[in-house]
Design a protein around this ligand. Structure first.
Ligand SMILES: CC(C)(COP(=O)(O)OP(=O)(O)OC[C@H]1O[C@@H](n2cnc3c(N)ncnc32)[C@H](O)[C@@H]1OP(=O)(O)O)[C@@H](O)C(=O)NCCC(=O)NCCS
Length: 360
């Protein structure tokens, strides 16, 4: 029988701080587990890239770790939105493959449930990347789009604890570079289709003062406008202070954020945006972050325009990365249409799971 202990780790002020060792080791464990599940290290993040997220006052998180054989072998994370009306908690339990089937995942899960009870959370939710299997039984998404392998350990773990699959997300990759001529021609076509009422603006890093309120509104809309199926997503309340806090967080990371936004020229309002998060090392993949066109302005090819323009921005300013990775709901046909047309192909799937518990 494995003896293990569970404790909450300190979130250090910096990666060089004397108390940063646990955070660094926890990140290594996270990366090892995701590499095992996903099949490569494309989802790996450096500790200095993850730390700002853990320090974000708008997104408080708790990190538990399990220790065995003198090292961290698993982690359990708890995140609960700060908005007063939120019933959600986002949980994750990850155990190194060599330490599974010994009760560590169950023990972490119980500790996370205790945090949910203390926080008054009744919608317990989790995203799990499901290791690809070839053949075998599957569990279909209730959305009618996508499925996950039924016999995988994470599926069994979640089902036996009362979670239901609510949604399947497709993880897609675009191999870079996209041919410059093809990109320019597609961009021309999308610009033409969007018409003269829309204009693109772009920046790297901090949000220009002029666009603070516009970006705040887009982030707020993003929190509920993406298809969420049966999952709960509390509407996030954004203002310029929250955008500046996000800017500060991004400044503290070695990654660079490339942002393209669409302005509706007659009103001067921002009506869409897309973000690419770029690792400092050219050999690492680029991550697609938010993309949104507000409902009132859909149907003008602005989504395509934004994404193509950001790929061009990336090629101009930070060439040499091997790929872009993106996560989309499998039922999000408008977004998948854009991505497929650009050349993204599916490389994996994640499940969105939910368990509703009685109020404590
Ligand atoms: C899912 C995951 C967290 C399970 O971790 P684990 O440490 O193997 O979990 P446990 O050992 O507590 O439980 C696994 C199974 O082993 C059984 N088990 C528990 N203690 C055991 C023991 N001492 N001996 C043998 N089996 C045991 C459990 O009953 C459980 O079966 P069940 O899932 O059918 O209930 C792990 O596979 C993992 O990290 N996967 C990748 C991340 C992920 O997908 N997480 C889930 C989404 S949050």
């Amino acid at each position: 029988m494995t003896t293990f202990t569970i404790d909450e780790i300190v979130i250090p002020a910096t990666i060089d701080a004397p108390d940063a060792a646990d955070f660094i080791d926890m990140t290594t464990v996270r990366n090892e587990i995701e590499a095992d599940t996903f099949g490569n290290r494309d989802l790996a993040y450096e500790p200095a890239e993850l730390l700002p997220h853990w320090q974000n006052p708008y997104q408080p998180q708790t990190c538990l770790v399990a220790r065995a054989d003198g090292r961290i072998v698993a982690r359990g994370t708890y995140e609960a939105p700060i908005e007063d009306d939120s019933s959600e908690a986002w949980l994750s339990v990850e155990v190194l493959p060599a330490f599974r089937g010994r009760g560590i995942g169950s023990a972490l899960y119980e500790r996370l449930c205790a945090l949910c009870a203390v926080g008054g959370r009744t919608d317990l939710q989790a995203f799990a990347i499901h290791k690809a299997t070839h053949g075998g039984a599957v569990l279909a998404s209730p959305t009618g789009f996508g499925s996950v392998p039924l016999d995988n350990p994470e599926t069994r773990f979640l089902l036996s604890r009362g979670f239901a699959l609510e949604q399947v997300e497709r993880i897609s990759r675009l191999d870079l570079p996209v041919g410059a001529e093809l990109l320019a021609a597609s961009l021309d076509a999308a610009t033409h289709a969007a018409g003269r009422y829309y204009r693109l603006v772009r920046w790297t890093g901090r949000t220009p003062d002029r666009w603070l309120d516009g970006i705040a509104l887009l982030h707020q809309r993003m929190s509920t406008d993406a298809p969420g199926a049966g999952l709960e997503f509390t509407e996030e309340i954004w203002d310029s202070d929250r955008v500046r806090a996000l800017d500060d967080m991004r400044d503290a990371s070695p990654r660079t954020m490339l942002v393209i936004a669409a302005e509706h020229v007659p009103t001067g309002a921002l009506v869409g945006f897309t973000e690419l998060s770029v690792a400092p090392e050219a050999e690492r993949p680029v991550d697609q972050h938010d993309t949104l066109v507000v409902k009132e302005h859909r149907g003008h090819r602005i989504g395509m325009l934004l994404k193509l323009a950001n790929l061009q921005y990336l090629a101009e300013t930070q060439p040499g990365h091997p790929s872009v990775l993106t996560f989309n709901a499998e039922e999000n046909r408008p977004m998948l249409d854009v991505n497929e047309a650009i050349g993204f192909t599916a490389v994996g799937y994640a499940g969105g799971w939910k368990k509703v518990v009685a109020a404590p």
